[in-house]
Design a binder for this molecule. Structure first.
Ligand SMILES: Cc1cc2nc3c(=O)[nH]c(=O)nc-3n(C[C@H](O)[C@H](O)[C@H](O)COP(=O)(O)OP(=O)(O)OC[C@H]3O[C@@H](n4cnc5c(N)ncnc54)[C@H](O)[C@@H]3O)c2cc1C
Length: 393
């Protein structure tokens, strides 16, 4: 391979998909890319190893207008779905933990307040959350109820002063650093959402340690021991599982885009490595088996990117249905994890160290495969759309 060719970064957008972005969307892309290159990439391997993500990033993301960026009013940027998707992609090209923070803040915490909250709740929380001065979390999963949240045990009992909330939520992103928890609980009328501020008496959190995935992200257990909440702590606009499911549909859309960033970063690392690592007297990228791997990785990545863009434009046209999001989440996460695993093989032993981004992405994607609906649950949603038959039970 001539050295001038090796010096050029590989073009991973062979089909010029980003040409389809509007100038505003390209500006968002470039802004997030340069922020991430400057503030995140130099440190992310260390943060992952240490199991932290510095809180000071949150107001920085707020200043850039990236928190709740697809919402309108209350200090939110009011951008389109594709701009939000591109942001998720560029964040997750750095780390799924960073994208998770932005998804949980915008789609899982701000969105339910924005969509189902009272004016007072919106005024109280959204401007601070958009600015990154307050962090939110979304408590749906419980120790015994993951894929089947409808069976939740957390319960809010009404009384003459308001509500008494009891129960436990598990695996909650941002749980122990959040200023407000959006908690879904059973009530006599069905499942409802509650805003529980940090410091409420009887509300405690415990950070979950020893994770091998999404280490640059805080994950916690939330415990509610007869927490007294005022009557206006409930989100007035929704009752039933459709409340949390609508939030998850928003966040899953971000995952569809985000994982293409993680996959792109893995492919970039694999191409770069293949061009420079020599075995048997030549770069391993010069072997046909390696080129075949790289070519298929690019083909798969390209398909995933097209799927994300198509879903984004559908969403902007107001035409997205949950089973479409399920199809895209299921397909793109699987594609991304396969690309990460293939990239890992090209890096050989170096593929298992944090000196390169690949194993970090690969491990992170194991969480992304499971959270916000496992691959199997999304397959059931698509299966039901195809057959008209529910196979959940
Ligand atoms: C890092 C991380 C962050 C998370 N953040 C949040 C958060 O912020 N908020 C929140 O509420 N939750 C969060 N979660 C929880 C996540 O959404 C759940 O882990 C997920 O819904 C799956 O639930 P579970 O782990 O209890 O698995 P289970 O539901 O016990 O499933 C175990 C296995 O059984 C399969 N299975 C279950 N039911 C069926 C069926 N009917 N047919 C076929 N297979 C089935 C599943 O697909 C899976 O393979 C997070 C999880 C992780 C790992």
């Amino acid at each position: 391979m001539p050295s001038s060719a090796a010096a050029q970064p590989a073009n991973l957008d062979l089909l010029r998909i980003d040409d389809q972005l509007t100038p505003d969307e390209r500006l968002v892309r470039d802004t997030v890319r340069s922020y991430v290159a400057d503030r995140v990439m130099p440190h992310i391997a260390d943060w992952f190893e240490a199991g932290t993500l510095p809180r000071e990033l949150v107001p920085e993301l707020g200043k850039l207008g990236l928190l709740g960026m697809h919402l309108t009013g209350y200090g939110c940027a009011g951008m389109g779905a594709v701009a939000y998707g591109v942001t998720c992609r560029e964040m997750e090209a750095a780390d799924s933990g960073l994208r998770s923070l932005v998804s949980v803040q915008g789609s899982l915490s701000m969105y339910p307040i924005w969509r189902y909250g009272s004016d007072a709740q919106k005024e109280e929380w959204l401007p601070r959350m958009a600015a990154g001065d307050a962090i939110g979390c979304f408590g749906l999963t419980e120790p015994d109820h993951g894929s089947d949240p409808g069976g939740m045990k957390t319960y809010a009992k009404p009384n003459d002063k308001g509500w008494v909330l009891s129960g436990t939520k598990m695996w909650i992103t941002n749980g122990s650093i959040a200023d407000v928890a959006v908690v879904w609980a059973g009530t006599p009328d069905g499942i409802r959402g509650f805003l529980v501020p940090r410091g409420a008496r009887g509300f405690s959190t415990r950070t979950i340690h020893k994770k091998m995935s999404l280490r640059a992200s805080v994950t916690a257990e939330l415990h509610f021991d007869e927490v007294m909440l005022p009557a206006d702590a409930v989100l007035p606009g929704v009752t039933g599982l459709k409340g949390p499911l609508s939030c998850l549909s928003e966040a899953r859309f971000g995952i569809v885009w985000g994982v293409t960033g993680a996959a792109r970063a893995c492919l970039e690392a694999a191409v770069e490595y293949a061009r420079t690592r020599e075995q048997f007297g030549k770069p391993i990228g010069g072997f046909q088996l390696t080129q075949s791997k790289l070519a298929w990785m690019l083909a798969d990545l390209t398909r995933a990117q097209l799927l994300a863009l198509h879903l984004g434009r559908l969403k902007e046209a107001g035409k997205v249905a949950p089973e479409q999001v399920s199809l895209a989440k299921m397909a793109n996460v699987r594609t991304a994890i396969d690309i990460a695993r293939q990239a890992r093989t090209i890096l050989g032993a170096n593929g298992i160290t944090l000196e390169y981004p690949v194993i970090r992405h690969e491990n992170n994607l194991e969480s992304v495969l499971t959270y916000e609906g496992t691959e199997e649950i999304h397959a059931l949603a698509v299966g039901q759309a195809l057959t008209g038959l529910s196979a959940y039970r």
